[in-house]
Design a protein around this ligand. Structure first.
Ligand code: SF4
Ligand code: SF4
Length: 499
């Protein structure tokens, strides 16, 4: 057992209101510079929809992530030989059209326009060329179009739905959207790290944050193709790649990352997970049905004395172990099994987990009319407006059972609260739900409190920083810093442990 610590995240999707405050907070701090105009380290997309960059989930097009090869895995984007022969040629990257052409408005025209019969307008100006442009797309175009079915129909996760299901999905009244906020997942098996020929990307030893060394980056952009979530970006001004740094300077001073701190819906939770790094390769190479369960199994019980002893032996600081014991992410992901990784089939073992959206399940369409079934208040999951296959495609590599259980648990918590507060759920009904989901009344109460009434300290359990135990960032390759390799088959990336 090789115990390591990882700062991990959980987003509760039923709570996201799509306000984009998170994106703006991040942009103001990190990407409000020339060369980064189009970058959104944090973006919020509308689902169903094609996302940002458009159709980022289609790995046949972008070649991101890992693919199974025998009992192991290999990078989709390239192997070692083809990387060197094609180092100047990167055919699988998103183009500016796949992101969007960044623009501003010529506000001066509002004031300086000559007197005339028409109102002056501030026309859009490209931030790349400085010329007037007609805006054709933007960072959340799906939402700008009000969840238009034209875009939604191109969502790659719709693929496995039957024609009848698609039709029902897009029936006007049934059209349903939810918001999917995304940042870098700070993966345990990151393809950005493994695909970089310069070794510029690395996973920070003490907390697993994935960083990109600007001095080492040569701008080959393999990380951009390699990351299946398209969360590394190329800065056209500096000629280097950039990515989310999980606001590590804020974390080191005990503050949550800006997107977490500013989140209006309070959907974001942050905490430490201890995991067994010996299981990375076997988990990442597992069959699609097993991926979610095995990723959960890698996460270790931070109260287990054997885990604590191994962690200490590995140099994991006690502040990390303590933070892991109080981690809300541990509770949602491991204890209650309610949060799932986004697209586990990319095999990067993402460390950002999502509680899938339940959405109101009480509404349904009858003869073109939207109705609410007040009798059967909680209805059945199979009547939920989002087809289970769609959610399974997003959060469970198609394994419906893995998304059904978190949703059943959300329903059980709602029933428990109505049983207590309204009294229109009878005790036999509640008991049956608890039995089915394996939850107790105490667990329902705790889930309810951590979901609805958490303090900032409940949501963000940030370990005290111990950079003195990990000085590798100040050292170069000639240092004595321990560097382990990660990655399989192709390039090996670095994990640094300045212990
Ligand atoms: S592979 Fe994972 S760690 Fe690397 S940029 Fe993509 S999401 Fe982040
Ligand atoms: S700030 Fe929070 S609620 Fe608003 S869009 Fe971002 S994640 Fe959603």
């Amino acid at each position: 057992m090789d115990v390591r610590a990882q700062i991990s995240m959980m987003f509760h999707l039923d709570k996201c209101i799509g306000c984009h405050t998170c994106s703006v907070a991040c942009k103001n701090i990190w990407t409000d510079r020339e060369g980064t105009e189009y970058m959104w380290w944090n973006n919020v997309e509308t689902k169903p929809g094609t996302g940002y960059p458009t159709k980022w989930e289609e790995q046949d097009k972008y070649k991101g992530g890992w693919e199974q090869k025998g009992k192991s895995i290999k990078l989709k984007v390239a192997d070692k030989a083809s990387t060197f022969t094609n180092i100047f040629h990167q055919p699988h990257m998103p183009t500016v059209d796949d992101y969007y052409e960044p623009w501003t408005y010529n506000y001066g025209e509002l004031f300086d326009a000559k007197a005339g019969d028409d109102q002056p307008t501030a026309r859009a100006v490209s931030l790349l060329t400085g010329k007037h442009i007609d805006i054709k797309s933007g960072p959340n175009w799906d939402d700008d179009l009000g969840g238009s079915s034209i875009y939604a129909k191109n969502d790659p996760n719709m693929e496995n739905l039957s024609e009848a299901q698609k039709e029902a999905f897009f029936e006007m009244e049934r059209m349903v959207i939810f918001y999917l906020p995304r940042i870098c997942n700070h993966c345990l098996n990151p393809t950005c790290v493994a695909s970089c020929p310069s070794g510029a990307l690395y996973k920070r030893g003490e907390d697993g944050i994935v960083l990109l060394d600007q001095n080492a980056c040569r701008g080959w952009r393999f990380c951009i193709s390699g990351c299946p979530y398209k969360k590394t970006f190329y800065n056209w001004k500096s000629g280097k790649s950039e990515k989310c740094i999980l606001c590590y300077p804020r974390l080191e001073s005990g503050q949550a990352p800006a997107c977490f701190h500013s989140c209006v819906g309070r959907i974001r939770y942050l905490g430490v997970l201890l995991y067994d790094a010996d299981k990375i390769e076997a988990t990442a190479s597992a069959s699609e049905e097993e991926l979610v369960e095995l990723q959960r199994e890698m996460i270790l019980d931070p109260h287990d004395p054997e885990v604590i002893a191994q962690a200490e032996q590995n140099g994991v600081h006690f502040s990390m172990i303590e933070a892991a014991q109080k981690s809300p992410v541990y509770k949602f992901v491991k204890e209650w099994k309610m949060a799932l990784p986004l697209h586990p089939e990319f095999r990067t073992l993402p460390m950002l987990f999502y509680i899938p959206p339940l959405l109101p399940v009480l509404g349904y369409v009858d003869k073109g009319l939207y109705k609410v079934d007040a009798e059967d208040y909680f209805g059945s999951l199979d009547r939920a407006r989002l087809p289970m296959q769609y959610l399974a495609s997003l959060f469970a590599a198609g394994n419906e059972e893995q998304v059904r259980m978190p949703l059943e648990k959300l329903l059980a918590v709602r029933s428990y609260r109505r049983f207590k507060e309204v009294g229109d759920v009878d005790s036999a009904e509640l008991e049956a739900m608890l039995k089915k989901t394996g939850l107790t009344e105490e667990a329902c109460e705790e889930i309810y409190r951590l979901t609805s009434l958490p303090t900032i300290e409940d949501r963000f359990v940030i370990p005290a920083s111990h950079r003195e135990y990990a000085t590798e960032l100040a050292m170069n390759d000639d240092s004595n810093t321990f560097r382990a390799e990660i990655g399989f088959g192709g390039f090996k990336g670095r994990i640094e442990r300045g212990l």
